[in-house]
Ligand binder design. Structure first.
Ligand code: ADP
Ligand code: MG
Length: 225
């Protein structure tokens, strides 16, 4: 118990440092990206090198952005929100991306008492990350199902079920570790942030998966209301 507490405190100090460093990197990075784009239009040669630079800069940019989202200690804004509305707003955000990839998202998240005490923006980020992973796991399209259940009035359970490539059994323990990614342009930070945010809400997140069949991410959130 105590060991786990120390671990999570260490994690949060590391997270805050990382977020601080990320913040410092952002401004010089923005000017590097801007000038690289500008020079590409001014120089007739070497466009392929500029393209590589821009792809790599973009990758650094995603990593920096995800780290900045990691630690916002005072930004924790716990209020009463409707989880159905939070999920719906995330779906609006991801609709185009899903359609482009032939993915249909079916939300059965229509529980009547889905109110809970939470940080709305943090939870949105969790659902964006999990749903993006689900979409990315289905290169030839498919259906993502979102289910919501109320457990004994005290806990909301959201399940995000995809029909994607799945996760090999031996990789399951690595999920949520910093920089664990199997994608060419992945950061391997999305799930780490999800675990952190859910922990901050005193909830938990479970991932089960069958290779070639799909993955289910279950998120348990106490309502505290
Ligand atoms: P990233 O998406 O940048 O790779 P994440 O932390 O979001 O980083 O995910 C880490 C890894 O977990 C992914 O690279 C992928 O291998 C695996 N993963 C996560 N969600 C899914 C999913 N729904 N289906 C298959 N693999 C997944
Ligand atoms: Mg991801």
């Amino acid at each position: 118990e105590e060991e786990a507490l120390i671990q999570s405190e260490k994690l949060s100090v590391a997270g805050q440092m990382a977020a601080g460093i990320a913040h410092e990197i952002r401004n010089p990075l923005t000017s590097l990206i801007g000038f690289s784009k500008f020079l590409k239009t001014k120089i007739d040669q070497y466009h392929e090198y500029f393209d590589i630079m821009l792809v790599e800069l973009d990758r650094i940019n995603s990593i920096v952005q995800e780290f900045m989202a990691l630690a916002k200690p005072q930004a924790n804004q716990f209020r009463k929100h409707d989880l159905v509305k939070i999920i719906q707003s995330v779906l609006t955000l991801l609709e185009t991306q899903a359609i482009l990839r032939d993915v249909q998202i079916v939300s059965r998240a229509d529980a009547t008492s889905a109110e809970l005490l939470c940080d709305e923006n943090q939870l949105k980020q969790v659902f964006v990350n999990v749903l993006k992973n689900a979409i990315e796991a289905m290169p030839s399209g498919g259906v993502i199902t979102i289910d919501m259940k109320l457990h004994q009035q005290s806990e909301l359970i959201v399940e995000i079920i995809d029909q994607g490539i799945g996760i090999p059994h031996d990789q399951l323990p690595k999920l949520g570790g910093p920089f664990f990614t199997t994608k060419d342009s992945g950061t391997g930070l999305g799930l780490m942030i999800c675990y952190r945010i859910i922990e901050g809400h005193r909830g938990r997140m479970d991932i089960t998966s069958t290779p070639q069949k799909g993955t289910t991410v279950s998120i348990f959130l106490p309502r505290n209301v």
